[in-house]
Design a protein around this ligand. Sequence first.
Ligand code: XBP
Ligand code: MG
Length: 233
Amino acid sequence: HLKAIIFDVDGTLAETERDGHRLAFNQTFAEAGLDWDWSIELYGELLRVSGGKERIDYYIKRYHPNGQPPNNLDEWIAKLHQAKTRHYRELLAKGDIPLRPGVKRLITEALGEGVRLAIATTSAFPNAIALLEETLNPHWFEVIAAGDIVPHKKPAPDIYNYALEKLGLTASDCLAIEDSRQGLLAARGVGLTTIITVNNYTKNEDFEGAALVINHLGEPDLSCEAIASTALN
Ligand code: XBP
Ligand code: MG
């Protein structure tokens, strides 16, 4: 019997990466006078590092290894990342980043059936909240586990551990919905049955261990009950 669904945010609830996070990073770089510009293609590689601050750090070390790093690199990155969060929220407020197909239907149905909802994301907390405010309702989610609330980001299982603990449930009562291999590894790391909805950035990844891999949740016969029975059996 399914008690809760734990949703990833980026790439799962909405296609936030290419025209959301990526653009916000680029706007931030331009504003800071940096000539860094993350193309759609390069961003695909950078997405392998989850977490915005971690991604910037990786990019600097990989693509500008001979640059003059500021005295306190971590602090400098954290400041840059704060500006990025501001830009990202401004992009979201324009309403150009809609939910993926079937997301709202599944969530509404789950709520109607008393299935509890939670979020487990690598993204910064203000970003997750902003997306939920724009598209759904943050209050529908009992637990919003995000960003730096745990020390290790996906593919580490920490964020899912945290969410399960806060829900007071064990993995066998719940289902995770993810879009990436990083997310799958994190969810499987705590033993969660996981459904993958792929997107352009993740469609060629290895999803070994997923209970179900689909294009999106918009199939009419993918009711909450059907999903639960496919995945939990
Ligand atoms: C999302 C991420 C995040 C976002 C950027 O991964 O990797 O880093 O790209 O968000 P997932 P922040 O969908 O697996 O949670 O800049 O706020 O970190
Ligand atoms: Mg994701």
